[in-house]
Structure formats: structure tokens, C-alpha cells
Write a protein that binds this ligand. Structure first.
Ligand code: ZN
Length: 619
């Protein structure tokens, strides 16, 4: 025996809960079920909650009654969304366009218990355009049972703009080149705190802002506050954590920062985003590794935070030159580690022995951090599944890698799992990567094939099977494209710029790219011409994805052919690369609003630059 949405639409709602989350849960149930014509006998949906720490729930369904019992109020809200999902609702993109209903789905009678695999499940909004849409993204995250929202900024915002307003045009924002999150928070911070409270969500805030707490203009008067490098004090990057003056100035600036951006559970004031050479070699610092100097700075921030916001934490970022666990410095009690394995390979799970880059280069440092911080629950995992900077305009499905990663993180004892969303362009249509992250963060044992089928049915109705084929072809293409093999990263280049070192690795990469192109072109040929549901928007999404995948693959094939002396072949591949890049640029001209300019302008310029350097190899 089962219950349908139509049956539930005829039920009344009774709640023994009080407070903002309870009211929100009731409104969400009523609002969704009101869209469905009621049928069948009357009944009741009861909401109740205990006061536990976890946001688990039990839904008991019987004839005429559904009881949603949350382990806490947020658990009851999760139960409400889970119930709606079982009977056909899905939230596949932010905003009303992303809310879908699939008729015919049923909730079986019985007791359904659900406990999330991770206590804190975070969507990171990492750029201005996402911050502009924070209300819709927060709602999307909440409905998909994420319980934490992180305001992060790439490129970093600027402190001390003194009331400046974000410029209105694409060109002006591109020329400024910085983020505008601080101004967004000044305007909307109170509304963000209030919405998060009503949705039972916590907040995180910050980014690479440690250096800006110590303005570089101070160097003229206080060179000793800044790092010693090659025998001279140098104002570039970070600070000298042995300097009493620097520590005192850092304390004052941190207090101002925490008060201005009040309300977060976890703060992020990370060091400069560089791969090395950013720290100090003075007598007091020389014996400390970059990780240890960074942690020393973070401990200073933590001491200030403990006075300003007891209960809040500040993160020590393990990333690039700070990926190795600190040993000589111990974290203060309110410091958590933030593990950010950006250079890893997304063609393999994070601990896959078949991929030494991951298993040795990233999983081992992660295990080390757990030891330094006492246990893995103090190591927050910052993952990149929705990062369209790392993925260069693309949007990999990570159909198998994502849940495999999350199973490993959960087994290791991680309790905070985070997904960075950051993008130089809008994502038309359903946002698979963020939706899939939310599914797997709740249950990493979720079946990828079933999840994809359910997603396609919700998004595309009668064209579900065709889009399922498209997505599966792209998943195959992405796994080939994202495999980094033995390729070394070129300094100051990004991961998917690839490299020609070692030479034979580039040759192997070119072969893989040929195979990836086949899969992407199969996907392109399989897209329905006049699709149902969200299919038209998805055609738009796939246009840039397939254009850019074609560009990237053709560029690598041309590079290899040029170095092999096969210039005829290189010229053909280069022509394809330029054509596909122009298609990407055309897409951007049609779709980009000014909010994307501080990311998009540089990324488009870089793509032309990289293609030009390969063209220069061809005679
Ligand atoms: Zn120093």
C-alpha cells in the first residue's frame, strides 16, 4: 500500500513544533501539495521534533496519517522535503523553474528512517553572480537537505573600499578584477542570517583574505611585519608571524572583520592563493614550514574570534604549499582544518590506488591532517564538484567519483563535506553537479544509475531516456578528458591547461582526447531537437559544454601533433580548437551578465593565449 501526492494533497497538517523552522516546514508542505489536485480520503500529516544535534528524521506512513518525526526541527524540515521527494517533487535548479513534479511516484506505507552521512553538508557560493542569486541558491540547497551555506569569493573582494559601489558594466567589473562579496554582505547580511535561521542552516564566510588584513601600504613604515625572502623584507604575500607589530595589527584587523561580517559559524581568512614562496625566512620563522606559519597566523585569528564570537571557528587551509600537515605548531581549540585537494584528479576517487596523484599526493596528507587535528571531524572537506573555473566552463557529472569520494571521506570520520560552486557563466537548465552532491552528501551509497534516471525523468519527462544517454556519453567523455595521467602542471597555469611534460604523457593525453571527443560528439548527436521539460535550457547548457570540451581536446591534440612534427595534423586540430573557442565566446556574448566579468574575462583571454602558444609551434 502506498500514498501519492494527490492523496497527501487532501491531508491536513498538524504540527507540535514552534519556531521559525517549524513554520517554514509547514509552509513548504502546504505550498507544494497545493499544486496537486487532491484525491481520496482525508488524512493528516503530523510534524514533531526532538532537540537532538543531528538533523535525521523518521517518516511513518499509514492509511490516513503520515508522521514526520525530526531528531531536531531541521530534521523535521528534512523529513518534509524527503516526503515531497518520494511522491514526485524535485528541485533541480535554483528558482521556480527548477522545481519539478513527476506524477506516479508513491510512498510505501511503513517506517522510513533517514540519517545523513555527514552532519554538516555545505553549498559554497563562490562568486558574485551566485551571491546575487543567494536567496534562490539557499532555497535550492535547503530543499535538497543541505544545512550550511558558505559565502566565499573568487576573485577575493577588497577590504577598505569605503562604500564604493559595484560598477554596472561588464568592462568596468573586468577592469577592476576583484570580487564584491563584502558589499553584498553589507547590504544583505541581516537578510542572509534571517533566511538561514528560518531554513535551519548555518553560515560560513570568507576566503583568501589574510593578506588584506595587513594592508601592503604598511610596508613602508613597518617592513619587519612582512616576510623575509632572499635576505630582504618583501611586501608581496602574507606576513611575518614572528613580528610582534604584525601580530598586533593582525589582531585589530581581525576583530574589525569578525564584527563587520558577524553571524558565521566558520570563518575563512586564508593566506595568498599561490603554490609556494609566500612565507617568511626570518630567524623566528625559518624553522617553520608554510603550513606551520599559516597555522600560526590562524591561531592568532582564533584567539580574537574566541573573544568576539565564542562557539565560532576559523579554518586553517590545507591547499597548495600548505597541504602538508603542520607538526611544530598545534591548532587552537577553535581552529578547524579545511582540506582542499584542488590539484587532484577527478577521473579517479580520492583514495584510488590506481591513481598515485590522488592516493599518495592527496589522500595521505588528508590522513595526516586528521592526526594533527586530533580526529577527522575537525577536518572539513572543501571539494570542487561545481567549480567551473577548475573545470574551465565545463560541468562534469562526477557520476561515480563523487559518491566514491564521499564514501571514503565518511569512512575516515569526516563530518563536514562542502561543494564549491563557482562559475564564469550561468548554468542553464537543471544543475546536476550540485543536485548530485546534495544526494551523495546525504547518502553516499545512493545508486548513481538510479539517481541519473530519476533526475532525467524529473527534468525531461518523455525525453528522459534520450537525455540519460546524453549524460552517460558525457560522463564517459569527462572521465577521459579529466584524467591527468603523469602530466606535470606548468607553474602559474591551471590544471586543465595540461602540459607537455613528460612528453610521452602528452602523447597519451592526445589519444585520450580523441576518444573523449567521440563521446562528446555522440552526446551532441543524441540531444532531442524539441525536447520536453527543462530540455530546451539543457540544450543551451550543452552547447557551451560541448563547444569547450571540443576546444580543449582539439588544443591538446594539436599540441601533441605539433611537437611530433606532424604539422598538417596540428593545423587541422588547431582550426577545430579555434572554431570551438569562437563558439564558446559567442555563447558568452549572449549569456554573460556583468556579474560574471571578473572571472570570465580572464578565462577567455587565457584560452586564446594558450591556443596561440600552440599555434606558434606550427609552421
Ligand atoms: Zn618571520
Amino acid at each position: 500500500m502506498t500514498l501519492s501526492a494527490a492523496a497527501l494533497a487532501g491531508f491536513s497538517i498538524e504540527s507540535s513544533l514552534s519556531g521559525p523552522i517549524a513554520g517554514h516546514a509547514e509552509r513548504e508542505l502546504r505550498g507544494h501539495l497545493a499544486r496537486i489536485p487532491a484525491s481520496g480520503a482525508a488524512g493528516v500529516i503530523r510534524l514533531s521534533a526532538a532537540t537532538g544535534p543531528a538533523d535525521a528524521f523518521t517518516v511513518t506512513a499509514s492509511p490516513g496519517e503520515v508522521h514526520i518525526a525530526g531528531a531536531n526541527p531541521r530534521g523535521a524540515l528534512n523529513g518534509a522535503y524527503w516526503l515531497l521527494e518520494q511522491v514526485g517533487f524535485a528541485w533541480l535548479a535554483p528558482g521556480s523553474d527548477g522545481a519539478c513534479f513527476t506524477p506516479g511516484r508513491q510512498l510505501p506505507f511503513g517506517i522510513h528512517q533517514q540519517t545523513p552521512a555527514f552532519a554538516r553538508r555545505t553549498l559554497i557560493l563562490g562568486s558574485d553572480a551566485l551571491h546575487d542569486g543567494w536567496r534562490a541558491w539557499l532555497q535550492f540547497a535547503n530543499r535538497n537537505r543541505l544545512n550550511d551555506i558558505f559565502f566565499h569569493d573568487t576573485p577575493p573582494s577588497r577590504l577598505g573600499r569605503a562604500g564604493a559601489v559595484r560598477p554596472p558594466t561588464y568592462d568596468e567589473i573586468a577592469a577592476d578584477g576583484r570580487g564584491w562579496m563584502f558589499e553584498r554582505w553589507d547590504a544583505d547580511g541581516a537578510a542572509i542570517r534571517s533566511a538561514a535561521a528560518e531554513n535551519g542552516m548555518t553560515i560560513q564566510f570568507g576566503g583568501h583574505h589574510l593578506p588584506s588584513l595587513l594592508p601592503r601600504e604598511l610596508f613602508a613604515g613597518h617592513p619587519d611585519w612582512f616576510p623575509l625572502r632572499d635576505g630582504e623584507r618583501n611586501a608581496r604575500f602574507n606576513l611575518c608571524t614572528s613580528s610582534e607589530g604584525a601580530i598586533s595589527a593582525l589582531r585589530d584587523a581581525a576583530r574589525t572583520f569578525f564584527l563587520r561580517f558577524a553571524g558565521a559559524d566558520v570563518y575563512h581568512l586564508w593566506a595568498d592563493d599561490i603554490r609556494g614562496g609566500g612565507w617568511c625566512e626570518c630567524a623566528g620563522c625559518a624553522g617553520l614550514s608554510p603550513s606551520e606559519q599559516a597555522l600560526r597566523a590562524t591561531n592568532i585569528l582564533a584567539e580574537v574570534l574566541a573573544g568576539v564570537a565564542p562557539g565560532a571557528s576559523v579554518a586553517h587551509l590545507a591547499y597548495h604549499d600548505t597541504i602538508e600537515p603542520p607538526a611544530a605548531v598545534q591548532p587552537a581549540p577553535n581552529v578547524v582544518a579545511l582540506y582542499a585537494p584542488r590539484p587532484r584528479s577527478y577521473a579517479f576517487p580520492i583514495d584510488d590506488p590506481a591513481c598515485p596523484r590522488n592516493a599518495i599526493g592527496h589522500w595521505q596528507p588528508f590522513l595526516g591532517l586528521g592526526k594533527t587535528f586530533g580526529n577527522a571531524s575537525r577536518v572539513h572537506v572543501f571539494e570542487y564538484y561545481s567549480d567551473a573555473i577548475l573545470y574551465r566552463w565545463l560541468a562534469p557529472l562526477n557520476l561515480h567519483v563523487l559518491p566514491a569520494d564521499l564514501r571514503s571521506y565518511a569512512r575516515a570520520g569526516v563530518t563536514t563535506i562542502e561543494d564549491l560552486a563557482v562559475t564564469p557563466r550561468p548554468w542553464p537548465g537543471p544543475v546536476w553537479h550540485a543536485w548530485w552532491f546534495a544526494r551523495a552528501a546525504w547518502d553516499p551509497e545512493a545508486d548513481p544509475a538510479l539517481a541519473l534516471r530519476s533526475f532525467c525523468e524529473s527534468a525531461f519527462g518523455t525525453d528522459a531516456a534520450a537525455f540519460e544517454h546524453v549524460y552517460l556519453a558525457m560522463e564517459d567523455g569527462y572521465r577521459l578528458l579529466l584524467d591527468l595521467g603523469e602530466l606535470q602542471q606548468i607553474p602559474r597555469h591551471d590544471i586543465l591547461d595540461f602540459s607537455s611534460t613528460p612528453r610521452e604523457a602528452l602523447a597519451a593525453k592526445a589519444v585520450q582526447m580523441e576518444a573523449a571527443l567521440d563521446r562528446f560528439h555522440d552526446a551532441a548527436r543524441s540531444i532531442p531537437l524539441a525536447p520536453a521539460g527543462m530540455g530546451l535550457a539543457t540544450r543551451d547548457e550543452l552547447a557551451i559544454v560541448i563547444s569547450y570540451a571540443t576546444h580543449l581536446a582539439s588544443r591538446v591534440i594539436a599540441w601533441d601533433a605539433a611537437l611530433a612534427g606532424n604539422h598538417a595534423r596540428a593545423r587541422v586540430a588547431l582550426a577545430d580548437a579555434w572554431t570551438a573557442l569562437r563558439a564558446t565566446e559567442d555563447w558568452c556574448h549572449r549569456h554573460l551578465t556583468p556579474a560574471y566579468a571578473n572571472l570570465a574575462a580572464n578565462m577567455l583571454r587565457a584560452a586564446r593565449y594558450h591556443t596561440g602558444t600552440i599555434e606558434a609551434l606550427v609552421v
